[in-house]
Structures are given as structure tokens and as C-alpha cells.
Design a protein around this ligand. Structure first.
Ligand SMILES: Cc1cc2nc3c(=O)[nH]c(=O)nc-3n(C[C@H](O)[C@H](O)[C@H](O)COP(=O)(O)OP(=O)(O)OC[C@H]3O[C@@H](n4cnc5c(N)ncnc54)[C@H](O)[C@@H]3O)c2cc1C
Length: 440
């Protein structure tokens, strides 16, 4: 094969999508995948696009954020979506697949492509002279992670993800909340959810006995001292949480005029104020248990979760600080990032970023200006989230309505309005990108 025009590092979900976009357009590329010679701690096979955990891609309903994302991916000729539809297994409203058939379908498709040279080896250095898409995922090899840290000033690369739940503001019971900042008479930046001694004791008892997601062997629990899950912190004593994330000091409940026994603070997640993060509340409880236990906090008894809490091994970059809106690494015009390493979370979200990085690199080769779709679309909202410089503390995010703009529609019609608007904006964007997209 002649010299490659593009290099892709990582043959997971994102790398496979990027390879598909470029190869379909006749671009010669080389795809580095280190398995099977070097395995990650979670992958088990040598197949491209292996699913490391669940075999579900969540729902397809176009009235949900997950469904809108899938519709857009299909609209861009996604290989992951084609493979998923071909290898689907019955799973109610969810799109679930036979994982071996799914990965085999993608592997066969890419292995048989004459534009792709497959290199089954670890790539640990980035050649800045060749357009390169880095799609090495949450378990990026150590050597490449070190190299990435060196070109992104180190502090911009994270290895673990300690995520607190995000709650839909509309589901918070405001009659059990007061707005205030700790030690301040004037600031009302936080929503505080007070608890009495009896409520706290009941909450603690249930928290300690709730089911947890088991840590994997490679996820060394010792590492988490700096950001312990609340259920582990709670094991240290009855008052450990009251001296930690649930401390009431510096807060006065205007209803009682005194300091609550314990408090959960909620911090705004976005400017619109329709999503709130539970401050310092990273947890490894299973999702149903998070729902059950957190509903014991009076203000959160009907909480709707936009994102559940979790803690897991995850290599990702501080994208808002180092990524351009076309997924290029700032100051390195030839380096593109794709997949989970950009700070999106989830199979489909990662694959979607693979399509976008592939299109962005293709645009450069064709001399076409690339701009992402608007934030009203699912893909555009993810891209805008990961490149939003106003985010001070960047944390990975899955697709959800909380990162999409609120449509101008009554509450009962919001999901439809969102879906229609996303479709409209997406189709208009496709028209503007026609020279790049052709007839997909
Ligand atoms: C343990 C675990 C469980 C997860 N479970 C789920 C889940 O159930 N549902 C969900 O939606 N998301 C889950 N995720 C998150 C995420 O969606 C997946 O990790 C997803 O596969 C990310 O896609 P990706 O293409 O970015 O990375 P990957 O699919 O991991 O692909 C990256 C590829 O790069 C290769 N690679 C790494 N370094 C190098 C190198 N230096 N040179 C060459 N190749 C390299 C790897 O072998 C791998 O094949 C999970 C993540 C982890 C770590």
C-alpha cells in the first residue's frame, strides 16, 4: 500500500467508526490496534470494537436523548449502528447485541477494506507529521498515556473518574431545600438539602447495607483515598459523612433558624440551572440502589437521575482546555481525539466522537471547513460539552437532555420539541456539510 494519509490509533468503537468514515471516502489509512499482542485489563478478544462490559446500547426511542443520538449516527452511516441492527438480540426497548457477532461484523468489514492497513501493535508515540486520530479509550496503554501527558502538560490527563449523581432540577422537592453558600450571608449558589438526626440515621443505615458495583481487579481501591465513595467513607463511623460531604457547618436553615444535623449540597451543573450535581457524592452503589437510598433525602425523594454516580478507571483528557471544536488538539493541527478519551462517556457517545473525528480529518484532507452540528443535536451537544471552556471542573458525560438547550415548549411537549428541533438542526447541518458527507 502507498503511504497512509491518516493514522488511527485504537481499534475500539471510536477508532472503528473513524476508519469507516475515512476508508469509505477512499482515504488510505493505517489502523493501530495493540490487541492481542498487548491486552487491556478489560478486553478479552482480538476483535475490533469489542464491548468490554454490558451488551446494551440503551434505548432507541427518538423522544429520548439516547434515541436522538442513535438517529443522528444512523444519519451519518454509522458502522456501529449498522452492526448493532444486524446483530440485535431481544431486549425490550433497548438496543442490545450479541457481542461476539457485533464485534466480528465490524472486524470483518474493516479487515476486508482495501484502503486500510492493519497494524496489530502498540503505538506509543505520535508522529506529528501525519494526521493522527487518537482513539485509545479509557484503558489507553501506559506508554501512550505518558506521551499524551507530555504533550498536554500532564495535569490535563486524568486516570480515574469519580462521578457524583446529577439530578434533574424539576424533580427536586424545593419545599425541603434552602439556597445558601457555606459561611456566606449573601450567596445563594448552592441548594442545600437538610436532614434531621432521624433522617440521617435511616439514610446511613440503608447506605451501608446497599448493593455496590464490584471493583474490577485492575481498579485498585487504594487509589481512591482522595475521592472515596460515600458508602466507603460511611464505614469509618457514624459521623464520618457529617464531617465530610454532608457537613452542615457554615449553613443555617432559614426554616428552623439553626444548623441542620446533616446536609447534602447540590451545585448547578449548567447555566440554565435545570441540572444539579450532588457535591462530593461519588458512589459505587448500583443504579437501583442509588435511586432507593438517595430518595431517603427529603428533598430528593422523587429525584430523577440525569446521570448516576460511579467510580472507575478512565483515561481522559481535560478537553475544554486542550481541544478545539473540530476535535483537534490545540496547538497540534495534525492530532485529533476521538472516543471516551475526549471525556464523553458510553459506547455510543464514544462511537459518535469517532465519526466526528473521522469527518474532521476528512475535511482537512479535502480542504473543506468542518464545523460540528449545533448543540440542539445530540452529537453537537456532546461536542459542545467537551469543548466548553467555561467548565471549570470537567467530568466525563453521557448523552442526556441536561446538556441540550431547553426548547421553547410547554413541559408536557418538551421531549417532542427537543426531538423535532434536533432533527431539524441536524438535517440543516448535513446540507451545509454536503461536500463532505456526500449522500450518506
Ligand atoms: C471496564 C469498563 C466498562 C465499561 N462498560 C461500559 C458499558 O457497560 N456501557 C457503556 O456504554 N460504556 C462502558 N464503558 C465506557 C466506554 O463506553 C467504553 O470503554 C468504550 O469502549 C469506549 O470506546 P473507545 O473507542 O473510546 O475505546 P475502546 O473501545 O476501549 O477502544 C480503544 C482501543 O484502543 C486500543 N489501544 C489502547 N492503547 C493503545 C495503543 N497505545 N496502541 C494501539 N492500540 C491501543 C485498545 O486495545 C482498544 O481496542 C466501560 C469502560 C470500561 C473501562
Amino acid at each position: 500500500m502507498k503511504h497512509p494519509e491518516v493514522r488511527i490509533i485504537g481499534g475500539g468503537l471510536a477508532g472503528s467508526e473513524a476508519a469507516h468514515v475515512l476508508a469509505r471516502n477512499g482515504v488510505l489509512l493505517e489502523l493501530f490496534e495493540m490487541r492481542p499482542s498487548r491486552m487491556t485489563p478489560a478486553h478479552k478478544t482480538d476483535l475490533l470494537a469489542e464491548l468490554v462490559c454490558s451488551n446494551s446500547f440503551k434505548g432507541t426511542d427518538a423522544l429520548t436523548a439516547h434515541g436522538i443520538l442513535k438517529r443522528e449516527m444512523e444519519g451519518l452511516g454509522s458502522l456501529v449502528m449498522s452492526a448493532a441492527m444486524m446483530t440485535r438480540v431481544p431486549a425490550g426497548k433497548a438496543l442490545a447485541v450479541d457481542r461476539t457477532s457485533f464485534a466480528s461484523f465490524i472486524t470483518a468489514h474493516l479487515m476486508n477494506h482495501s484502503s486500510i492497513t492493519h497494524r496489530r501493535e502498540e503505538c506509543s508515540l505520535i508522529d506529528g507529521n501525519l494526521p493522527t486520530i487518537i482513539a485509545t479509550g479509557p484503558l489507553t496503554s501506559d506508554a501512550l498515556a505518558q506521551h499524551l501527558a507530555s504533550i498536554t502538560t500532564g495535569t490535563r490527563l486524568f486516570f480515574y473518574d469519580a462521578i457524583s449523581p446529577i439530578i434533574d432540577a424539576g424533580s427536586i422537592d424545593m419545599s425541603h431545600v434552602f439556597a445558601a453558600s457555606r459561611w456566606s450571608d449573601t450567596s445563594t449558589d448552592y441548594l442545600n438539602c437538610p436532614m434531621s438526626k432521624i433522617e440521617y440515621s435511616r439514610f446511613l443505615e440503608q447506605l451501608l447495607s446497599a448493593d455496590r458495583v464490584q471493583a474490577r481487579e485492575f481498579e485498585d481501591a487504594g487509589f481512591f483515598e482522595a475521592c472515596l465513595p460515600v458508602e466507603v467513607l460511611a464505614l469509618r463511623g457514624t459521623d464520618a459523612l457529617r464531617y465530610g460531604p454532608m457537613r452542615p457547618v457554615g449553613l443555617h436553615d432559614p426554616k428552623t433558624g439553626s444548623r441542620p444535623y446533616a446536609v447534602i449540597q447540590l451545585r448547578r451543573e449548567n447555566l440554565r440551572g435545570d441540572a444539579y450535581t450532588m457535591v462530593g457524592f461519588q458512589t459505587r452503589l448500583t443504579h437501583p440502589e442509588q435511586k432507593r437510598v438517595i430518595s431517603l433525602i427529603p428533598a430528593l425523594r422523587n429525584a430523577r437521575f440525569l446521570r448516576f454516580g460511579s467510580i472507575h478507571r478512565n483515561t481522559y483528557l481535560d478537553s475544554p482546555r486542550i481541544l478545539e471544536s473540530d476535535l483537534r488538539l490545540r496547538g497540534h493541527r495534525n492530532i485529533y481525539l476521538a472516543g471516551q478519551i475526549t471525556g464523553v462517556e458510553g459506547y455510543m457517545e464514544s462511537a459518535a466522537m469517532g465519526i466526528m473525528a473521522g469527518l474532521s480529518a476528512l475535511a482537512e484532507l479535502k480542504g473543506i471547513h468542518f464545523s460540528p452540528p449545533g448543540p440542539e443535536t445530540a452529537i453537537g451537544s456532546l461536542m459542545s460539552y467537551i469543548t466548553d471552556r467555561s467548565l471549570e471542573r470537567f467530568q466525563p458525560m453521557n448523552i442526556n437532555f441536561g446538556i441540550m438547550p431547553l426548547p421553547d415548549a410547554p413541559k408536557a411537549r418538551r421531549a417532542e420539541a427537543r426531538s423535532e428541533e434536533a432533527l431539524h438542526v441536524f438535517e440543516a447541518w448535513k446540507q451545509t456539510m454536503k461536500p463532505l458527507l456526500g449522500d450518506v
